[in-house]
Design a protein around this ligand. Structure first.
Ligand SMILES: [Zn+2]
Length: 242
């Protein structure tokens, strides 16, 4: 837990223009600053930052709030994570009181889920570039659509093999726990088998700006089956956090 005085200090110190400015290119417009909204797609800037009021507001999608809200929304941070991020940015020392075992467990769970998402991402990329199936199916799919290899690598795109438990088997063999594979939504246990939520698909990681893999979107390559998207990790996190 972060002491209240420290929270107050973080709120007083954090300057909205600096916090947003780390992620959005802002231009001066009168007393305010203006930029392209990071929360929706736009060509004409409608994202306004008011240093005087300490808030941001988008007139396109309606998102708005203070510096803490911004990093929570933008980086998918929880409230304490957002405070820590800002404290770190402004060199404010946080003397944390001890976490309860439940809080400790929730934090560890979340970290484990991030780790699992990351190794999944590495596995899918490896399959796309280094397996016969990945190259024949996934890579040729991307190439037909004009994606260059450097672009695929930049955006960490990957391929999940046709075999219905390829990833889950790989992850379990590497020592990752079924509990977290299931919590991230990547593995669906059924009886004694563990099935991959995604198989025979090209994979698109959903990332925060700081680069953390939050979840995946998968595009199925056969026309007779419906594709699906797993819930983002951040959403699950909010549920488990309360
Ligand atoms: Zn917007």
């Amino acid at each position: 837990m972060i002491p209240k005085e420290t929270i107050d200090l973080i709120f007083e110190t954090a300057r909205i223009d600096e916090v947003v400015g780390d992620f959005v290119h802002l231009k001066k417009r009168g007393v305010n600053l203006l930029g392209n909204c990071p929360f929706h797609d736009e060509k004409t800037p409608s994202f306004t930052v008011s240093p005087a009021k300490g808030i941001y507001k988008c007139f396109g999608c309606g998102k708005g709030g203070n510096a803490v809200n911004f990093v929570m929304d933008h980086e998918h941070f929880s409230y304490p994570e957002a405070l820590k991020y800002l404290a770190n940015k402004y060199n404010i020392f946080i003397e944390e009181t001890v976490r309860t075992p439940e809080q400790e467990e929730a934090a560890n769970d979340r970290e484990s889920m991030f780790i699992v998402s990351n190794i999944a991402n590495e596995y899918f990329q490896d399959q796309l570039f280094n397996s016969d199936e990945g190259r024949a199916v996934g890579l040729s799919y991307f190439k037909e659509r004009g994606f260059r290899e450097d672009v695929l690598k930049k955006f960490l795109l990957g391929y999940s093999p046709e075999k219905s438990d390829a990833f889950s088997t790989h992850a379990l063999k590497e020592g990752y726990k079924l509990e977290f594979l299931e919590k991230t939504g990547l593995t669906i246990p059924k009886g004694s088998r563990n099935y991959d939520r995604f198989h025979g698909r090209v994979m698109f990681p959903i990332r925060s700006l700081s680069g953390r893999v939050l979840g995946f979107g998968g595009r199925i390559l056969k026309s007779n089956v419906k594709g699906c998207k797993i819930p983002q990790l951040s959403r699950k996190r909010n549920l488990s956090q309360k």
